[in-house]
Design a protein around this ligand. Structure first.
Ligand SMILES: C=C(O[C@@H]1C=C(C(=O)O)C=C[C@H]1O)C(=O)O
Length: 248
């Protein structure tokens, strides 16, 4: 595993994130998906919680969380995997298993992001809405927790640089060591471009091409902002959390 290979994976994950946001933006806000059901009929709480926890339970049985890249939003009481056993290569320090920032991701996604990239309204497609939310959440969560792998590779490439900061439990020094501003700038520009390309109308009519009209299914600047303000800072937060425990 090299830093280049890890970055390649992050670049591929951008495609998944941008597409999942485009899919969610197909539906209006559909706020009943997020409201508490009263009274409890079949389940308590919001439809989104019900949908995510039930889906995670099924996916746990299918082995999803055997992969160290995957983190559940409701990790308590998940059923064991019934899938054919597979041993993933033990790349990470075991402390990685204790890092889960999905609560933060959940809050940011529903409170801040969703209102920015959906239009107000209610078309009744609550199940499809919840399903697309879960796709966005899982893609974003996988990307952010991939910070564990990024941090591991950076540590292995320069243990002598990282060890003093880890022993001193110095978050600021670790943050400085793992930050590459030029890479972050490229990421922001690339995801903006991907949102522009993936989100365009594709037409065969060359005389009246909508591609050239610049109509986009999701605002490319918003995707760049999403990376700038939430995804990259949380990925770096995961990296710091991992490194702080790397010598335990
Ligand atoms: C992920 C990395 O670490 C940091 C976080 C980045 C990100 O989240 O995209 C980009 C550059 C670094 O500042 C990396 O170096 O690739």
């Amino acid at each position: 595993m090299s830093l280049d290979a890890v970055r390649e994976s992050l670049i591929r994950q951008e495609d998944t994130i941008v597409f999942s946001l485009i899919e969610r933006a197909k539906f209006p806000m559909n706020s009943p998906t997020y409201q508490q059901s009263k009274p409890c009929v079949g389940f308590c709480g919001s439809l989104i919680r019900f949908f995510v926890s039930e889906t995670e339970s099924l996916q746990a049985k299918a082995g999803r969380y055997q992969n160290p890249e995957e983190h559940a939003f409701f990790p308590d009481h998940l059923p064991p995997s019934l899938a054919p056993p597979h041993t993933f290569p033990p790349v990470l320090h075991p402390a990685a298993a204790s890092i889960n920032v999905n609560n933060k991701i959940w809050d940011i996604y529903f409170k801040q992001l969703l209102p920015l990239f959906t239009v107000p309204g209610d078309d009744g497609n609550y199940a499809s809405t919840a399903s697309s939310d879960l796709n966005c959440l899982q893609a974003i969560s996988r990307r952010i927790h991939y910070g564990n792998f990024v941090a591991e590779v950076k540590f292995r490439d320069a243990p002598h640089e990282y060890e003093p900061a880890i022993r001193a439990q110095d978050r600021d020094a670790l943050m400085k060591l793992l930050t590459f501003e030029a890479v972050e700038e490229m990421v922001k520009k690339r995801v903006e471009k991907k949102a522009m390309i993936f989100g365009q109308e594709v037409s065969l009519d060359t005389t009246n091409s909508t591609e050239s009209k610049g109509k986009c299914k999701i605002d490319p600047l918003l995707v760049s902002r999403l990376y700038d303000e939430w995804i990259m800072p949380l990925t770096k937060f995961v990296q710091v959390e991992y490194l702080l425990r790397r010598l335990d």
